[in-house]
Design a binder for this molecule. Structure first.
Ligand code: AMP
Ligand code: FE
Ligand code: FE
Ligand code: ZN
Length: 275
């Protein structure tokens, strides 16, 4: 029996580890497989696959697309996407471009609130990555405007915060369709954080294939609830820590949910059916 983690971020989006470091941690933690699921980018996948081959850790190519469902933020995971497809990369490029424009607007709002941070610094921190609010939060923390990333969100940049700016998002159904069109398996990420049950049926009608039942922020009740919903709609069950590379007692949360590798077999079966 082996354990896996199907939801992991790298420096390519808002994670803190390079793809190589993520795989090294997976190896140290004796994981059989991990999926790289960065926000709106696949740039971390190839490097992770190479390191995975060296260390004997299976790396599944994935993505997490942040979408908008009537004002609610809904994240769709895609597994086994053909990330080399040109049209797919073009779409992701457009989404990332919108992120850059939105980061600029958010920095301006923060400046208007009297906080002295500049866009260059945020962009430099993000580097080639898909730029997001966590990068802004880290700069706020660096300049001691907040003591933690959480405080940055709570005080300034969560969805109701004074410096929040909407960004361009596709709908969950569009994300599901996109993932299927590039050969992937679409899965609803951390539904417990959305708190809207009716969305599942609607997404099943647009061809959703799975639900992330196991997630670091799901409590036992939520896990149980979505387990049964997955069964009801014949959806596959996935799970992952959503590790962003933060250390707790010197360790990232990667692999800490002890997700059984049998879930990966079911994911592969579903991929084969869709082909
Ligand atoms: P963005 O995609 O730029 O809107 O940023 C969303 C990302 O910010 C999420 O994927 C999380 O990594 C992070 N995030 C969202 N809310 C919080 C929060 N309250 N505390 C810490 N990180 C958060
Ligand atoms: Fe994130
Ligand atoms: Fe997410
Ligand atoms: Zn995530």
């Amino acid at each position: 029996m082996g354990f896996i983690d199907l939801h992991v971020h790298t420096l390519a989006s808002d994670g803190l580890f390079t793809p190589q470091e993520v795989v090294q941690w997976a190896y140290k933690k004796n994981l059989k497989a991990i999926a790289i699921t960065d926000h709106d980018t696949t740039d971390g996948i190839e490097k992770a696959i190479i390191t995975g081959k060296q260390l004997g850790v299976e790396v599944i190519p994935g993505i997490e697309i942040n979408t908008d469902y009537n004002g609610l933020e809904v994240h769709i995971l895609g597994y086994y996407i053909d990330y080399r497809a040109n049209w797919f990369q073009e779409l992701l490029k457009n989404i990332r471009h919108a992120r850059q424009i939105r980061a600029k607007k958010m920095v301006e709002k923060l400046q208007n609130l009297g906080l002295h941070i500049d866009l260059d610094e945020v962009e430099k921190l993000a580097g080639d990555a898909s730029i997001g609010r966590p990068h802004i939060a880290r700069i706020l923390q660096k300049h001691n405007y907040v003591q933690s990333i959480k405080e940055a969100f709570d005080k300034y940049i969560n969805n109701t915060g004074p410096a929040y700016v909407e960004r361009y998002k596709i709908t969950p159904c569009e994300a599901i369709k996109t993932i299927i069109d590039c050969g992937g398996v679409p899965v609803l990420a951390h539904p417990g954080l959305i708190g809207n049950l009716s969305i599942v049926k609607e997404l099943v009608d647009c061809d959703l294939q799975g639900i992330e039942v196991y997630h670091s922020k799901h409590n036992p009740e939520t896990t149980n609830l979505y387990f049964h919903i997955a069964k009801q709609y014949n959806l596959i069950i996935t799970g992952g820590t959503d590790c962003h590379g933060h250390l707790y007692g010197g360790q990232p949360i990667l692999g800490s949910l002890n997700i059984d590798e049998s879930l990966l077999h079911e994911l592969k079966k579903r991929k084969d059916i869709l082909e």
